[in-house]
Design a protein around this ligand. Structure first.
Ligand code: SF4
Length: 352
């Protein structure tokens, strides 16, 4: 912390804000050979060095020069909570005393890390705790990368296994922090570093048509999930204001393009809210939408959020909804809600 404050006082630039080309330019400007930038890049993104001191294969004089000009602002964990069901929620501390949250979700054959892409969120989904906070700022590439790195360490510590999956379902809309999220995914995927396969990474979006089409054009290899939560524009407009400018039909067409271009199956997240989106008609309309792609539906029973009046449907209603979806030929899984006792469940992250 002292080192960090000193670097702020000296107005040093965070070296992890530079992209590969910028890093090379800086290295050349310091009179060093171009290959040094590759070594530096490797230290930063495959070993997550957080000081120049530890970069043992760089000449001492070069490390000193780097240290005079640049700094590191690593994310640290400042709070950990473990749920009775094994879910672990961590709070990450960022420069400027900002905080975001991440969750580790253990299952029989996997440990999934749920990470954040923004500090807060501007989209104000009515049922979501993060949506009530507003947007503070975008997370940097390094801040997204650090969350995965630190959760990897926690997965080994708590469950004695590395991470198997990453989902961008924490705080924020990843497609509104497009380039940082995509660059971070490349770093998370690096073979010599975290080495997490693209098929084990899922980006979840509230349905931004332009962003989905951009992913399709780039033929990305990771998976995509849509937070759908309603089967009509009328209900979705009420739950998710973003639907007014990105209506369901346009989102569906963008997803069809995504599927055509990437071959990646999409999943729909659907939070069941009592009396709002839980009728047989909703289930039938949802099945029609899912079968167009085809998409797998993940049903989630609502997790209460302090200050919001939404409720989860009773068990019979949830079973009935599932039954109608199956009857209509949709692929559906009922996701067990995890970490509700520590506010780590879907839609509950709010830096409490
Ligand atoms: S559900 Fe996602 S997109 Fe909507 S407000 Fe919450 S974090 Fe933002």
């Amino acid at each position: 912390m002292i080192e960090y404050l000193c670097s702020m006082l000296k107005n040093k630039q965070d070296i992890r804000l530079l992209n590969a080309d910028e890093l090379k330019t800086q290295v050349l400007a310091m009179g060093e050979a171009a290959y040094r930038s590759k070594q530096l890049d490797e230290w930063i993104w495959t070993r997550r060095a957080v000081s120049f001191e530890e970069m043992s294969n760089l000449p001492r004089a070069f490390r000193q020069k780097l240290n005079e000009q640049f700094s590191f602002s690593p994310v640290v964990i400042d709070l950990e909570q473990k749920s009775i069901d094994g879910t672990v929620k961590v709070r990450f501390l960022l420069p400027g005393h900002l905080k975001v949250e991440g969750v580790l979700i253990p299952a029989k054959d996997r440990v999934t890390a749920c990470i954040s892409s923004q500090v807060g969120c501007s989209l104000s989904c009515r049922f979501c705790a993060t949506g009530q906070m507003g947007l503070n700022r975008q997370l940097t590439v390094a801040e997204i990368f650090d969350q995965v790195w630190l959760l990897q360490e926690k997965a080994k510590e708590y469950f004695d296994t590395p991470l198997s999956n990453i989902v961008f379902m924490g705080m924020g809309e990843p497609l509104l922090n497009f380039s940082n999220v995509l660059t971070a995914i490349e770093k998370i995927h690096l073979e010599k570093g975290l080495n997490i396969g693209m098929k084990r990474i899922t980006l979840s979006t509230s349905g931004l048509v332009k962003g989905i089409l951009k992913l399709a054009a780039m033929k990305v290899k990771f998976k995509l999930a849509l937070s759908l939560h309603a089967s009509t524009d009328e209900v979705r407009n009420r739950l998710m204001p973003i639907n007014e400018s990105n209506p369901i039909e346009e989102v569906m067409q963008a997803l069809e393009t995504f599927y055509k271009e990437t071959g990646n199956r999409v999943s729909f997240e659907y939070i069941l809210l009592k009396g709002i989106n839980d009728t047989d008609m909703d289930a039938r309309r949802l099945a029609v939408l899912a079968k167009r792609l085809p998409a797998k539906i993940n049903l989630i029973s609502y997790n209460p959020v302090e200050g919001l009046t939404y409720q989860k449907p009773d068990e019979g209603k949830i079973d009935r909804f599932m039954h109608v979806l199956v009857e209509q030929g949709a692929a559906v899984t009922l996701r067990q809600s995890r970490g509700g006792d520590i506010d780590a469940a879907c839609g509950q992250l709010a830096n409490k």
